[in-house]
Design a protein around this ligand. Structure first.
Ligand code: HEM
Ligand code: HEM
Length: 148
């Protein structure tokens, strides 16, 4: 269960980064060229984010590095703190931002504003996500991170 979900979470990280990037690039060009708003293109990033959220939550409760790794001692260790606190918390904030951006755009009516809203929220979310990926072990296969 742990290994399976961990691999799924690790694989979905590629899917989410790709999906989010496609959504961002699409709304960026639509914004710059004053094109219409394509909700399906924003939905791509939202669905990838929600999927990763569900899998991430499962991993958090089954992984020894998640909730089980939380302690006052672990707070002083930057790697342990990343896994049990910073990574889940910042990723959660990022996914909330993506959801809020998507929802707001849905309620707006001017395409330029819709594209601009999704662009801003998704871009901040992407930066947050990139800031808390455990780069020392991901992508697997690089450096010491080979763990298959
Ligand atoms: C934006 C969404 C997220 C991305 C892109 C992401 C990405 C990753 C990556 C790349 C890893 C390393 C996997 C590996 O060792 O190969 C990881 C590990 C982990 N993630 Fe996430 N994550 C996200 C959201 C979450 C959320 C919402 C939670 C929990 C609520 C979570 C909990 C964890 C835990 C506990 C680990 C450590 C797993 C282990 O090695 O035992 N993640 N995540
Ligand atoms: C912990 C689990 C989840 C939570 C808390 C959550 C939360 C939300 C929220 C608050 C919205 C509303 C956005 C709006 O105002 O339009 C939403 C929309 C959506 N979610 Fe999730 N979600 C979760 C899991 C999933 C999963 C697993 C999927 C499927 C892959 C998914 C797919 C979607 C889709 C497609 C929408 C957009 C619906 C629309 O167009 O209005 N979500 N979710």
């Amino acid at each position: 269960m742990y290994t399976g979900f961990k691999h799924l979470h690790s694989t979905l990280a590629y899917v989410l980064l790709a999906g989010l990037l496609i959504s961002i690039l699409y709304v960026l060009f639509a914004y710059l060229q004053n094109k219409g708003y394509n909700r399906k293109m924003a939905l791509l990033g939202l669905i990838c984010a929600h999927l990763q959220l569900v899998v991430g939550l499962v991993v958090y409760f089954v992984s020894p590095l998640g909730l089980q790794g939380a302690s006052g001692e672990a707070m002083k260790n930057s790697t342990a703190r990343l896994y049990f606190l910073e990574h889940p918390l910042v990723m959660l904030i990022a996914i909330v931002l993506i959801t809020v951006g998507y929802s707001r755009a849905k309620k707006l009516t001017i395409p330029k504003k819709q594209n601009g809203t999704v662009l801003a929220f998704y871009l901040i979310a992407l930066i947050l996500i990139l800031s808390r990926i455990p780069w020392q072990v991901w992508p697997p296969g690089l450096g010491q991170g080979f763990r298959f």
